[in-house]
Design a protein around this ligand. Structure first.
Ligand code: NAD
Length: 368
């Protein structure tokens, strides 16, 4: 296991601040317990950074976080900054980190904890044992393509436009990550595109097929995104590893979150590699800053805590600590503790802070 790593923690806005407190509890516990000497430094991103520095991500912050070994991010955004011009909005800070660090591979696992079978809107038999991994391309596609903008055509008529583009290089590198991951799991990979109508994804399919030649053991299939959305709800267990474009991955992983019971349960890791081969990584929950519940202390910190677990797996290369945190979350849920988003009628939910403490207590009771 790696030690002496520098971690930047960027709570951001809304519930990002609340759940980051709970992430820090777990990181500090692990650092002490395993003598990891983790150096945690808090930084600003999003709306809070706009309020302090006038920009969603200052150059100084970017420089510092680029030097850290991993980034933990809460969430950004909120109604206060919604009317700012596009380039100045909180979300641009997050997109800038992803782009500047070239974090092109976004890993979004969706697995169902048995005690939460009844929290999903789907029948238990459809989701019991579900364990899928969505790999989303994160630094290209329609969210980054140029040209983009809103242009005036005449007096009352405007044109909004974005560009969906992918290069062979961009597809190949995400496909390699997906095939490598599939090799470590069930050797099954489904690539999702819209190759029947979008040329950029016709190329996507071609390159995935070409890459598959290097991985003869992996069974590769292709699916159009509209069918995939339907299949994800109809029979999600047919999937194991999914690889897809930036926008399709964004949408499908939110859909997958509801299979697991709540958006508050879905962690993610965004990975990239510097020129010298050193891994760069950012870990964050899939959800946003949830302004509707911010400041109430009722948000679910588990997606964030599970993102911390992913950090121990991918950055610290410690699979057992990853499993330990997942096991602690499962134990807390088995004992019936729930935050409001996953609680059923008639049960008394616990607060964000209490949920963090409960996970910590389980971890502290482990005989390691
Ligand atoms: P959201 O994910 O913030 O919230 C959607 C719904 O899920 C809300 O009802 C919210 O209360 C609930 N929810 C989300 N996380 C939860 C948690 N941990 N516990 C309990 N309930 C939870 O999405 P939104 O409402 O579309 O966006 C709100 C803001 O967040 C916007 O400004 C948006 O741009 C931003 N956003 C940021 C990120 C990010 O930082 N990665 C991602 C998505 C949205």
């Amino acid at each position: 296991m790696k030690k002496n790593l520098n971690i930047s923690i960027l709570p951001g806005d809304g519930i990002g601040k609340e759940i980051s407190q709970e992430a820090m509890k777990i990181i500090n516990w692990a650092s002490k317990k395993f003598d990891l000497s983790i150096k945690l430094k808090e930084e600003y991103v999003g709306g809070v950074s706009i309020d302090i520095f006038g920009t969603p991500l200052s150059e100084e912050t970017l420089k510092r976080i680029k030097q850290s070994d991993a980034i933990i991010l809460g969430a950004v955004g909120g109604p206060k900054w919604e009317n700012l011009e596009f380039e100045k909005r909180p979300e641009r800070g997050l997109l800038k980190i992803r782009k500047e660090l070239d974090l092109f591979a976004n890993l979004r696992p969706a697995f169902v904890f048995d005690p939460l079978l009844d929290a999903s809107s789907l029948k238990p038999e459809i989701i019991k044992g579900l364990d899928i991994l969505i790999i989303r391309e994160l630094t290209s596609g329609i969210y980054f393509g140029e040209p983009r903008g809103i242009k005036k055509i005449d007096k009352n008529n405007f044109k909004g436009f974005n560009t969906l583009s992918y290069t062979t290089f961009e597809i190949e590198r995400i496909a390699n990550i997906a095939f490598d991951t599939a090799m470590k799991r069930s050797k099954k990979l489904c690539s999702i595109d819209k190759a029947n109508v979008l040329e950029a994804t016709e190329l996507w399919r071609e390159v995935v097929n070409k890459t598959s030649k290097k991985y003869p053991e992996v069974e590769v299939s292709h699916m159009y995104v509209d069918n995939a959305a339907m299949q994800l709800v109809r029979n999600p267990k047919q999937f194991d590893v999914i690889v897809t474009t930036n926008m399709f991955g964004d949408i499908l992983s939110d859909c997958a979150s509801m299979l697991t019971g709540s958006l508050g349960m879905l962690p993610s890791a965004s990975l990239g590699f510097s020129k010298n081969g050193k891994q760069k990584a950012m870990y964050e929950p899939v959800h946003g800053s949830a302004p509707d519940i911010a400041g109430k202390g009722i948000s679910n910190p588990l997606a964030m805590i599970l993102s911390v677990a992913m950090m121990f797996k991918y950055t610290f290369e410690n699979q057992s600590l990853y499993e330990l945190i997942n096991k602690a979350v499962n134990s807390v849920l088995s004992k019936g503790y729930r935050t409001k988003d996953i609680s059923s009628k008639g049960t008394q939910p616990v607060s964000t802070f209490e949920m963090g403490d409960l996970v910590l207590k389980e971890l502290s009771n482990e005989k390691i």
